[in-house]
Design a protein around this ligand. Sequence first.
Ligand SMILES: Cc1cc2nc3c(=O)[nH]c(=O)nc-3n(C[C@H](O)[C@H](O)[C@H](O)COP(=O)(O)O)c2cc1C
Length: 332
Amino acid sequence: MNFKQKLADKISRTIPVRLNILRESYSFCKQLVKYNGSVNTNKNIKKMQYTLLRENHVIEKGMSMKNPRKGFGQKKVKALILRLSEYTDKYYATDKEFLLHPISTIHQYIEYTKANNVEIREIEILYNLLLDKTNYKESELFHSTGIKKAYKKEILKNCNTTFESLLKSRHSIRYFDSKSPSQSLIEKALNLAQLTPSACNRQAWHTHTFWNDKSIDLAKEQGGCKGFENEIKCSILVTADMNAFLSYEIHQAYIDGGLYAMNLINALHSLGLGTIPLSCGFYDYKLNNIKKKFDIPSNESLIVLIGIGNLKDEFNVAESSRKPISLTNQFH
Ligand SMILES: Cc1cc2nc3c(=O)[nH]c(=O)nc-3n(C[C@H](O)[C@H](O)[C@H](O)COP(=O)(O)O)c2cc1C
């Protein structure tokens, strides 16, 4: 083959693939601009509800830490009440029931904060105005919001009995016993998680396990565990190798990586360890910083960081109540 033929051959092999990837990226970009929750958030009821659920969870999560700062979260609660008021103005007629859960969380937060002898008069006034505006009475609010107690004895009894009891006994845990988990248990969980199904059995997941200071440093860098970074003395960063996937499956690394991560979390739980998934949903520059700092190859997509610890005898977890399936399933 002469030079010209070689060049033509190379172009015909490489250009179509690159164009396909470009087309897929462009199509995804268009979907993002239309559907991403950050774009025109309050003009779309679903986007507004999802972002409110997120802000609601921040309050629950704050109460589920080992030693929440006295009077924590007041700015965030005020902002949440104001957004709920805006939601009421816009969408009350369309979906008033949605308000019950966040309003109940705020109620719990007020009770919790007052029980800690912190004065939050302004929040109480705003909360009462919101109740008036929404026509809800305190007796109608949910009681299963905020935090609940969890017990090691109960969890160890249920985490490996039936699949149902495993799922029902797992919680995100934000503080642990001071003794780190043993390497042999971590290895056992990793071996169990290898049984995760993957597209064409490519098993593109990778894991990076960190201990002690490195793990705490990584948790600090992740940033979603403010106030409990020092609890994360063991962590596994789950990644997926982008090399495994072709031009028509550009999101598959996140799908296979996500399935693997959930199996790993359940495997760790089944062995009696506590876990907290920590998000890797960040802008590219932050992900690249993490990769550089923690020696993660650039071809790996970061899926989730899993903080792991031994259970304390008794601890608090966020309620994190779930939607009924009528809101998330459609029978076709
Ligand atoms: C992908 C993912 C990322 C998460 N990131 C964080 C995080 O950064 N910080 C945190 O405290 N919790 C985080 N969580 C925990 C969720 O808040 C928790 O799973 C949710 O509220 C449900 O509660 P449960 O795990 O106790 O059932 C994350 C969970 C997932 C699945």
